[in-house]
Design a protein around this ligand. Structure first.
Ligand code: COA
Length: 710
């Protein structure tokens, strides 16, 4: 967790040092302290490099000082590369000398069990006590290619030059960050900043997103994320990036329990559920990658800084097969094939009579023999079509025109505002270089390109949506309701009975079936007549976890006699199956006719807090795991969005006749439930309405409810 909010100036000073001292500098470039010196020299750090090592007078051709105290110059940044046990001493010395900006490379802290954690706590205390700004420990360092400054001990690039660019990368595994730099350099891409945050004793993933959001030269922010401890801070940082219109692209690790365990020992981050991260990413417009390749694919697509107006793609192919494969993948990534305007079709046909039918994908195979100018003009015609939002050019070889072809593509790409992606696996090195150098996103794999195009649209849509904020928001619930609900829960442990759970739902304005709790058959009959048959009979007890298995539920009881038989049967079932149970009473409840069902749940995530789950109920829950998740609370409009994300979404939306559910009532009920979960996050562990059913007049009714307490 960031110890203190850092202002932009302080962070800029940190990442733009004029003088860097390296404590633990070495003549041996295989040692991290030696490598830092070497890299600063190799990548032309314009400021002064000051090695500190008591045993040397000179290191890698630079005068070396025995300690920081001997240095006369003003030092802007200290890189610490000495064994962990010595780190607190060095940090104290820095503080005493007024040196407040440190990169601590040394490992052997939180990632190394109890002793390491104690050492890390000591370090954190020093940071707070002396108001220091610290990156690490257990990190690789950072690179700022704009200056350039490379206080890092890992950095490899292909080619001589350290490239710069408009993207930045934050890595909770330094080596992975530097691998991204290397892979990007092979495609002539560079990053403005790469920051390895390590164990995050001070500067953390969220604070770095926030810094980069405010750094005008950065246009896109990527990250390798293992986990955070402060979910709210991360969400605030994502929002800052969104407001600055900078896409955040994240490769998140930790979806299996083994990986989550490895993360705990790697950086010591708390593992929130991967579902929670996914829900938060969705909500905050963060784009997810599942591999480093996907992440770089997105970086490439975002590099030109263009967003599509819509999701309609034109595929222009010089190979029928590749065009078809590209087309085929589009729906998977939320893209539609554009239909060309009749005027475009007519002009294309006039220009390329060899094309029998003009359609999308446009297969220009037969036209390849034509001159390059005709191909250029036909691409321009497609790009000018108002029904086209994204352009994908795809070809396997196409070597007849040499680099004249890539030059042509660079030029047309430059003259359009629409995203322009090229898939050209067998392009020559010269052609590839030309496209890379000019920032035209070039891909070897069809899927990578379509994935990246989908990401552009997803982000564009997110930004459009963000600009029109939801005017309603989560339903307002009076403070007295929250207070009263919390009061009721204070006395309870374990789980609530269904009756108690439903009382809480009603308190939050969520409808439940009409019902009464009775002790005797006579009262049951009276209640049933008042409610009106058919009714439901259930035993009530907080200890009754599985009512159906215990034979403690009878549905659709149609008359007095059937009720009497059900009552006797239930008494028998309870005696047989749960002999120790003394029910609090029996619930006689209106039978909600049912039909399509939904399940709504809330889980309290350790990092992000309450998480709302909406899913298809009944057997569909198990069968197709059809669910949508959002951080709670949500607005009714968001509930409708979630509904739209379900595979069975069409069943619920616009099918009043089929599902019987009134959508407004459903949205309101689920939104209220999300407010309830959010209000009671300190008291509850899990809440569930299963099923949520339509009443005869379409209102959403919570037919059964479960509340588990902390
Ligand atoms: N001040 C200045 N110099 C000091 C010093 C001090 N207090 N204490 C030791 N040194 C010198 C040493 O004498 C040595 O100099 P030499 O090369 O001339 O002999 C040099 O600093 C390095 O110290 P050394 O003890 O040899 O350590 P090392 O370089 O083998 O390892 C670390 C030091 C910090 C790199 C190592 O302990 C470590 O933590 N490695 C893990 C780093 C890592 O993986 N980070 C995370 C990546 S994601």
């Amino acid at each position: 967790m960031a110890s203190k909010e850092k202002n932009m100036e302080a962070l800029r000073a940190f990442f733009w040092p004029q003088t860097i001292a390296i404590v633990g500098a070495s003549s041996d470039p295989r040692k991290p302290g030696g490598r830092v010196v070497q890299l600063l020299k190799e990548f032309s750090f314009p400021g002064e490099i000051i090695p500190i090592n008591p045993g040397r007078r000179e290191i890698q051709g630079l005068p070396c000082y025995p300690s920081l105290e001997e240095v006369k110059e003003r030092v802007d940044l200290v890189v610490v590369s000495v064994p962990a046990a010595q780190v607190p001493g060095v940090v104290k010395q820095c503080a005493a000398l007024g040196l407040k900006r440190l990169v601590i490379i040394s490992g052997g802290f939180g990632e190394l069990g109890r002793e390491g954690r104690l050492l890390q706590d000591r370090l954190r205390q020093l940071v707070l006590e002396h108001d220091l700004t610290v990156l690490g420990p257990n990190c690789v360092g950072f690179i700022n290619t704009l200056q350039p400054a490379t206080p890092s001990f890992v950095l490899y690039v292909e080619g001589e030059r350290l490239r710069s660019g408009s993207a930045a990368f934050i890595a909770q595994s330094g080596a992975l960050g530097m691998l991204a730099v290397f892979l990007a350099s092979r495609e002539k891409m560079g990053f403005a900043y790469v920051i390895s945050t390590g164990n995050e004793v001070d500067l953390d993933f969220a604070s770095m997103i926030s810094f980069l959001s405010r750094e005008p030269r950065v246009k896109a922010i990527g990250g390798y994320l293992e986990g955070v401890n402060d979910g709210d801070a991360l969400r605030r940082a994502f929002r800052e990036a969104a407001a600055a219109r900078k896409p955040v692209l994240i490769l998140k690790a930790g979806s299996s329990s083994e990986a989550a365990e490895a993360i705990r020992s790697h950086t010591g981050a708390m593992a929130g559920s991967s579902e929670a991260y996914r829900a938060v990413f969705k909500e905050e417009g963060v784009l997810s990658a599942s591999t480093l390749t996907e992440l770089l694919s997105m970086f490439k697509a975002f590099q030109p800084g263009r967003l599509p107006q819509g999701n309609r793609v034109a595929v222009y192919s010089l190979s029928g097969g590749m065009g078809i494969l590209t087309t085929e993948l589009c729906p998977e990534y939320g893209l539609e094939m554009a239909s060309f305007h009749p005027a475009t079709v007519e002009q294309l046909q006039r220009l390329m009579p060899s094309i029998a039918t003009v359609r999308n994908p446009l297969d220009a195979t037969a036209a390849v023999a034509l001159n390059l100018e005709d191909i250029r003009r036909s691409i321009e015609l497609v790009l000018e079509d108002p029904g086209v939002d994204i352009f994908i050019f795809v070809t396997p070889f196409w070597r007849v025109f040499g680099t004249a072809a890539s030059r042509m593509l660079v030029e047309v790409a430059r003259h359009t505002e629409k995203p322009f992606l090229v898939i050209w696996p067998a392009a020559t090195k010269e052609v590839k270089n030309e496209l890379y150098e000019n920032g035209v996103p070039l891909y070897d794999e069809i899927r990578e390109a379509v994935f990246a195009a989908g990401a552009l649209w997803e982000y564009a849509r997110f930004q459009k949506h963000r600009e029109v904020p939801d005017p309603v928001g989560p339903p307002p619930v009076p403070a007295s309701v929250s207070a009263s609900a919390r009061n009721r829960l204070r006395e309870c442990r374990g789980r609530l009975s269904e009756v108690a759970a439903k009382e809480l739902l009603r308190l939050y304005g969520i409808d439940t079936p009409r019902g009464a709790v009775v002790q005797e058959l006579r009262e049951a009959v009276e209640a049933a007549r008042q409610i009106g048959y058919p009714i439901v009979l259930k035993a009530v007890s907080p200890l009754l976890a599985h009512k159906t298995e215990a034979g403690a539920v009878f549905l659709e009881i149609k008359g007095d006699e059937e009720l009497r038989r059900a009552w006797e049967q239930m008494e028998h079932n309870l005696r047989e199956k749960v002999p120790d149970l003394v029910p609090e009473g029996f619930l006689v409840e209106e039978m909600v006719p049912g039909g399509s069902e939904l399940v709504v749940g809330i889980k309290i995530d350790p990092v992000f807090g309450p998480l709302l789950m909406l899913g298809a109920g009944g057997i569909l829950v198990e069968l197709i795991k059809d669910i949508s998740l959002r951080p709670a609370p949500v607005s009714p409009a968001q509930v409708l969005e979630m509904l739209g994300e379900l595979k069975t979404g069409a069943l619920w939306r616009g099918y009043r006749g089929r599902s019987g559910l009134d959508l407004d009532s459903l949205a309101e009920a689920v939104a209220r439930f999300s407010v309830m979960g959010s209000d009671l996050r300190e008291e509850v562990r899990e809440l569930e309405i299963n099923p949520l059913l339509p009443s005869p007049d379409g209102r959403a009714v919570a037919a059964d409810a479960l509340i588990l307490l902390k």
